[in-house]
Design a protein around this ligand. Structure first.
Ligand SMILES: NC(=O)c1ccc[n+]([C@@H]2O[C@H](COP(=O)([O-])OP(=O)(O)OC[C@H]3O[C@@H](n4cnc5c(N)ncnc54)[C@H](O)[C@@H]3O)[C@@H](O)[C@H]2O)c1
Ligand SMILES: [Fe+2]
Length: 382
């Protein structure tokens, strides 16, 4: 697949996709009459050359920019409150999220907070809080700089409690970005480790969405193509990045997030507790767990695994080879095979199993799970 221009896609929201698309931001804002954006990012991205260029391009067009980057690696509620204060005190009219999933989630949660001033976690989707999202949300634009979470096209933000570190999901269709500028050039300097971990997150989204319980052929089609793009580009993007592999990864990660409207599964439920308990990067947690989770799902879903094998280009297109393929892909992108190699200790496994059982993702897994299943899976992965 060749990407030679900037394309416009309208599913699920308007996406300007292609090398250089982020340069369209100033003109877009001026056309909309939004001249006072709050730009939300993380402290590392704020220091990068492309970010400084982006801000310079805005100010050169007489757009007044306020940058907010005071956020945690796994974002917490107080980050969102501080960002909303910055929006109010500097009289902003719109919000632009630029960064990985963490920055985009905080930007989206700030957008929610502006006209929804009850405690942030009243809007937690898991307790039906989405029904309270009734007021307007300020104009919200996303610019991803990793190819992983697909948060740029999502409708939810994952924010943790400052004390308990428990992750909450803020969800509403109102939280979809009005415009997405997906510019693979912004990922050219992404370090190999982050490329690998975020890329495996994107692969997990496509695979878990494809086999998730809910029937949704549109999402299944997107997920299969997403897997195929990742199988053709992730290794290259990690080991010898070029614009083509970066472009393929960026569109595939966005497709994963579109597809997972259908649901996620066992792998995300194994991954989430690693982030809340041990601060493990979300993508890395998925990457190590995905072969084990998929092995659990294989029996009874052989024909779906055959289709995934074909999409992934597994030799012979046999579903039974998918787990081996995942281990080998992790090897190629330098991700360890065992949880013991990413800071997990044997004494964590019991707590991890309890937390995984309480997680929101696995009820959509094609096979039901018990806490004993999680313990067995973690022991294998350990
Ligand atoms: N909203 C959703 O649907 C959704 C889905 C999955 C995960 N998430 C959330 O997303 C977060 C993870 O996002 P992520 O995997 O993108 O990681 P991240 O946002 O934590 O970024 C990882 C690291 O990469 C750096 N970085 C980002 N872009 C860069 C670039 N272009 N060049 C160099 N460095 C760069 C960041 O500064 C950070 O240190 C978690 O908080 C997770 O809960 C949200
Ligand atoms: Fe994910």
């Amino acid at each position: 697949m060749k990407f030679e221009s900037i394309y416009q896609y309208n599913f699920p929201t308007t996406i300007r996709f292609g090398a250089g698309s982020s340069k369209e931001l100033p003109d877009y804002l001026l056309k909309q009459g939004w001249k006072n954006p709050l730009v939300v990012t993380d402290p590392q991205v704020a220091q990068l050359g492309f970010f400084k260029d982006l801000v310079r391009n805005l100010t050169q067009q007489k757009i007044s920019v306020e940058v907010f980057h005071d956020i945690h690696k796994n974002p917490v509620k107080s980050d969102v409150y501080k960002g909303a204060e910055a929006f109010d005190s500097t009289h902003r009219d719109s919000i632009i999220g630029i960064g990985g999933g963490a920055a985009l989630d905080v930007a989206r949660a700030i957008a929610l907070r502006i006209h929804h001033r009850e405690d942030l976690f009243k809007y937690d989707d898991l307790i039906g809080g989405d029904v309270y999202v009734t007021n307007e949300v300020p104009p919200f634009i996303t610019i991803p700089t990793t190819a992983g979470t697909g948060s740029e096209v999502g409708r939810s933000a994952i924010i943790a409690d400052d004390e308990t570190h428990q992750k909450k999901i803020l969800f509403s269709p109102k939280l979809l970005a009005k415009m997405v500028f997906a510019d693979p050039l912004l990922t050219m300097e992404l370090p190999a480790f982050i490329t690998a971990a975020t890329g495996m997150d994107a692969l997990t989204h496509n695979m878990e969405a494809y086999i998730a319980k809910m029937p949704h052929p549109m999402c299944e089609g997107i997920a299969l193509e997403g897997m195929s793009l990742i199988s053709q580009s992730l290794e290259k993007a990690v080991n010898q990045p070029d614009l083509e592999s970066r472009s393929m990864m960026m569109i595939a990660s966005l497709m994963g997030a579109v597809a997972f409207q259908k649901g996620l599964g066992v792998v995300h439920s194994m991954a989430h507790p690693l982030s809340s308990l041990l601060d493990t990067h979300h993508g890395l947690a998925n990457a190590v767990n995905i072969p084990y989770g998929m092995e659990f799902n294989y029996e009874g879903f052989e024909s779906k695994f055959d289709k995934m094998a074909q999409a992934l280009g597994v030799t012979g297109g046999k579903g039974e080879k998918v787990v081996d393929y995942l281990f080998e892909l992790n090897d190629k992108v330098h991700i360890p095979r065992q949880l013991r190699n990413i800071g997990v200790k044997e004494e964590h496994l019991e707590t991890l199993s309890q937390l995984a059982m309480a997680d929101f993702a696995h009820p959509n897994n094609p096979k039901p799970l018990t806490v004993e299943h999680f313990m067995t899976l973690y022991k294998k992965a350990y």
